[in-house]
Write a protein that binds this ligand. Structure first.
Ligand code: FES
Length: 228
């Protein structure tokens, strides 16, 4: 430190600097804003939250109620919107009335004489409808099911004994069997590889593994057959 600075420091008035400063007198506009009125939000608070001495955990249930209700309502509306959208798509993709009409076939049974088998085209496949005679029915009912490759009693193959309804497709490789041919009277014969079916469409001989298929059908009114 230079000599000049040392002398100045010794003469400098230190004590006045250590004294606390005199209070500054500010104009009222710059003093503390103690005159501002704090709004009272009590009317906007829930009753359960108005008491500052009450712990928040005591009112948590009532405070969560409204958000939960809002979320629940939103989810319900969303679920209904999703459901209606799914239904709209399903209805759009559902088959039209004309396609459904092709999916079913109605047959007038009076057109099929007793003992005859008629072939129809249904869903691109041959459909056999055979009007069985009492002898046919008796013969097929008396078959011992234990001797069959694909055991089925005649009662399981028909809804009304005189009407036999079959898909005319061989269960071996898909040829169309011939009605009234083969080793079993009143049965069907597939010439492709020699499968024989009896008068209930049950396989009796040859490579076919299972009986001819019986489709879904009903008798909606007397003399009418509805397949599909
Ligand atoms: S397709 Fe009928 S026996 Fe082979």
């Amino acid at each position: 430190m230079s000599k000049t600075l040392f002398l100045l420091s010794k003469r400098a008035p230190i004590l006045p600097l250590l004294r606390p400063p005199a209070p500054i007198s500010l104009p009222p506009s710059l003093q503390s804003h103690t005159d501002i009125q704090v709004p009272d939000f009590s009317p906007y608070r829930r009753n359960s939250c108005n008491n500052p001495g009450t712990h928040s955990s005591e009112s948590v249930d009532i405070r969560r109620l409204i958000p939960t209700m809002v979320a629940g309502t939103g989810l319900t509306i969303g679920a209904y919107a999703l459901k209606s959208e799914v239904i709209r798509h399903v209805v759009f993709m559902a088959p039209s009335a004309d396609v459904l009409a092709l999916a079913k076939i109605e047959i007038n049974l009076a057109d099929i004489p007793e003992g005859r088998n008629m072939t129809y085209k249904w869903r691109g496949k041959p459909l056999f409808v055979k009007h069985r005679s009492p002898e046919d029915i008796e013969r097929e009912r008396s078959v011992d099911v234990a001797t069959l490759r694909d055991p089925q009693h005649d009662d399981e193959r028909v809804k009304e004994p005189e009407w036999l309804v079959l898909i005319g497709v061989c269960t071996h490789l898909g040829c169309v069997p011939i009605s009234g041919a083969g080793d079993w009277p009143g049965g069907f014969y597939c010439p492709c590889h020699g499968s024989h079916f009896d008068g209930a469409g049950r396989v009796r001989k040859g490579p076919a593994p299972t009986n001819l298929v019986v489709p879904q059908y009903t008798f909606p009114s007397p003399g009418k057959l509805l397949v599909g």
